[in-house]
Design a protein. Structure first.
Length: 246
C-alpha cells in the first residue's frame, strides 16, 4: 500500500511538472495578448487624436489666412467663435496672442488703445450706408460712385475684415494722429511677434483694394506674420503667393 501511494505521488508530481509549465506559458501568452490589444487600442486612440489635431490645424490655418475683400466676400455661413476682451469681441483664436501683445505694450509704456474688433453684418451695413450718404452729401457724388468709393474705406457687409472677428482696431491714448504716433511705430515693429500684421499698408492699395489704414491690424498667426513681414507682403499678396506654390 505504501509503495502504491508513493507511485501515485510520483506520477502526480511528474504530471504536475508537465502541466505546470504549460499553464505558466498559457498565462504569459494570455497576458501578452492582453497587453498587445491594449497597445493597439492606445495606438488607435493616438492616431485618431493626431488625425483630429491635423484636421484642426488645417482648419485653423485656413481660418487664419481667410481673405475678405470685394473680390472675396465672407460666406454667409461663416462662423465666428467670439470672446470678449477689454469690452471688445474677437475670435477666440487670437485671444492669447492679443493679450500678450497688449501686455507687452503696457510693459513698454506704450499708450496703445484697443478700439474695435468684431462687427456684425447689420452694423457693417449701417456703417457703409452712412459713408455712402456722407459722400453723396459732402462730395456731391452720385449714388453709384459713392457706393464704389465707400468700399475703399468702409466696405459693405460681408466685405469687411471686422466681420471675421480676426481684425482689431488700435489707436493712441495720447494723440489723434495714430499714424504718426509712437504707439503706431511700436505696433508696426512688434505686432508680427504676436501674430498680427497691418492689414492695409501704405502704397499697397493696388493689392488690398483699400485705402491705407494705420489702425486696422489682422491676426494671421505668428509664423504667417513673420513671413509676411519678411516678404513685405499684404495678406492678399501672401495668399496669392501660397496658392501659386501649390
Amino acid at each position: 500500500m505504501v509503495r502504491s501511494g508513493r507511485k501515485r505521488d510520483s506520477s502526480f508530481l511528474k504530471a504536475l511538472m508537465v502541466i505546470l509549465p504549460i499553464i505558466i506559458i498559457g498565462i504569459v501568452v494570455f497576458a501578452l495578448i492582453a497587453v498587445f490589444k491594449q497597445y493597439l487600442s492606445l495606438s488607435a486612440d493616438t492616431d485618431s487624436q493626431n488625425d483630429n489635431a491635423a484636421v484642426e490645424t488645417k482648419k485653423d490655418e485656413s481660418k487664419l489666412l481667410l481673405l475678405i475683400s470685394p473680390d472675396f466676400p465672407l460666406s454667409s455661413d461663416y462662423k465666428t467663435d467670439l470672446v470678449s476682451f477689454d469690452d471688445i469681441e474677437v475670435d477666440r483664436v487670437m485671444l492669447n496672442d492679443l493679450k500678450e501683445l497688449t501686455e507687452a505694450a503696457s510693459k513698454a509704456q506704450v499708450a496703445l488703445r484697443l478700439d474695435g474688433g468684431y462687427v456684425s453684418p447689420e452694423e457693417q451695413h449701417e456703417l457703409y450706408m452712412n459713408e455712402v450718404r456722407r459722400l453723396i452729401s459732402a462730395e456731391g457724388m452720385t449714388d453709384a460712385k459713392a457706393r464704389k468709393e465707400a468700399e475703399k474705406t468702409v466696405p459693405m457687409e460681408n466685405h469687411s475684415e471686422q466681420q471675421s472677428g480676426l481684425s482689431v482696431v488700435f489707436s493712441s491714448a495720447l494723440t489723434a494722429d495714430f499714424s504718426e504716433s509712437e504707439e503706431y511705430n511700436w505696433l508696426c515693429r512688434s505686432c508680427m511677434n504676436y501674430g498680427f500684421v497691418l492689414r492695409y499698408p501704405k502704397d499697397k492699395e493696388s493689392a488690398t483694394g483699400r485705402n491705407y489704414d494705420p489702425t486696422c491690424f489682422r491676426y494671421v498667426g505668428r509664423e504667417n506674420a513673420v513671413k509676411m513681414t519678411t516678404f513685405n507682403m499684404t495678406l492678399d499678396e501672401y495668399v496669392n503667393y501660397l496658392d501659386s506654390r501649390k
